[in-house]
Design a protein around this ligand. Structure first.
Ligand SMILES: Nc1ncnc2c1ncn2[C@@H]1O[C@H](COP(=O)(O)OP(=O)(O)OP(=O)(O)O)[C@@H](O)[C@H]1O
Ligand SMILES: [Mg+2]
Length: 256
């Protein structure tokens, strides 16, 4: 398999944690390896507290492993770099900037915005269903609309690698499925690789080419999802889709 993002035997313990606060030992991530191919949509599921966010932070260079290595296109990851975009669970928009200026923030942090980038921001916002709202401020938007702005902001630089930590967790089911569809279309058109954390097994199966199940700091099960692309909503009611969900559920229950 051609590799893009590579975690090799990565280990991590938060500073100051003693054995006393944990059942097993102090490592939150144990000698974990994970490989993501170019253009792969990789979902990570697992029970609360098993180490998913920690793993994502290690992969994105926001934390440094105490052992093992993380590489992006064979270069060591030592901190966040311009090839990476982030969408976290809370949209973290700047309330004094308009929607459009929030989307352009990754560019304004590094220099002047070109006309083409301005057009790109408008195009992304329209693609995400925010036409007519570009000049509003974040507090004038619903939670779902704010999440869309955060997605547009992560995609404005067309990063080859996108990290998403439960980005749709607070949304209603219909908005969520619309955003899943929009995200898949955008990632497909930009060839983006994605590491996506979710608690929702059906969301993972719908979005992913590969799903990893995490338990107590390790990957306990991996499943390649061989469902047809582009994903269509009716897929959710098929036997193949439900078989994938059932296998992942069993893995989460420790039965595989
Ligand atoms: N900054 C920190 N300092 C010390 N321990 C931490 C810190 N952040 C997380 N932990 C601990 O590390 C473990 C893994 O946390 P992490 O946030 O990676 O879990 P998670 O799988 O993302 O959970 P959730 O699904 O609830 O978001 C937990 O036991 C948590 O208490
Ligand atoms: Mg988390």
């Amino acid at each position: 398999m051609k590799r893009f993002l590579d975690l090799n035997a990565v280990r991590y313990a938060y500073p100051g944690r003693s054995n006393a606060d944990l059942d097993v030992d102090k490592d939150v991530v144990h000698s974990l390896s994970l490989h993501i191919a170019p253009g792969d949509f990789h979902c990570l599921i697992g029970r609360s507290g098993c180490g998913k966010t920690t793993l994502l932070k290690l992969a994105a260079g926001l934390l440094q492993p105490q052992a093992g290595a993380v590489t992006l296109q064979e270069e060591p990851v030592t901190g966040p770099n311009p090839d990476m975009g982030f969408v976290l669970q809370t949209p973290t928009l700047l309330e004094w900037l308009t929607v459009r200026d929030n989307v352009l923030l990754p560019i304004t942090l590094h220099g002047k915005v070109q006309a083409a980038q301005h057009d790109k921001a408008n195009e992304l916002l329209d693609q995400l269903g925010l036409n007519g709202l570009h000049s509003r401020y974040p507090q004038q938007l619903s939670g779902g609309q704010q999440s869309r702005v955060a997605i547009a902001r992560a995609l404005i630089t067309a990063p080859p690698m996108l990290f998403m930590d439960e980005p749709f967790a607070s949304l209603d089911a219909i908005t969520r499925s619309e955003l899943q569809q929009d995200l898949l279309a955008l990632c497909q058109s930009q060839g983006t690789s994605v590491l996506f954390i979710t608690h929702d097994i059906a969301e993972a199966v719908y979005l992913a080419n590969h799903v990893s199940v995490m338990h107590a700091g390790t990957i306990c099960h991996q499943l390649a999802i061989h469902l047809p692309h582009p994903r269509q909503p009716a897929l959710r009611y098929t036997t193949d889709f439900n078989a994938c969900c059932a296998e992942l559920r069993q893995a989460m229950d420790g039965k595989l």
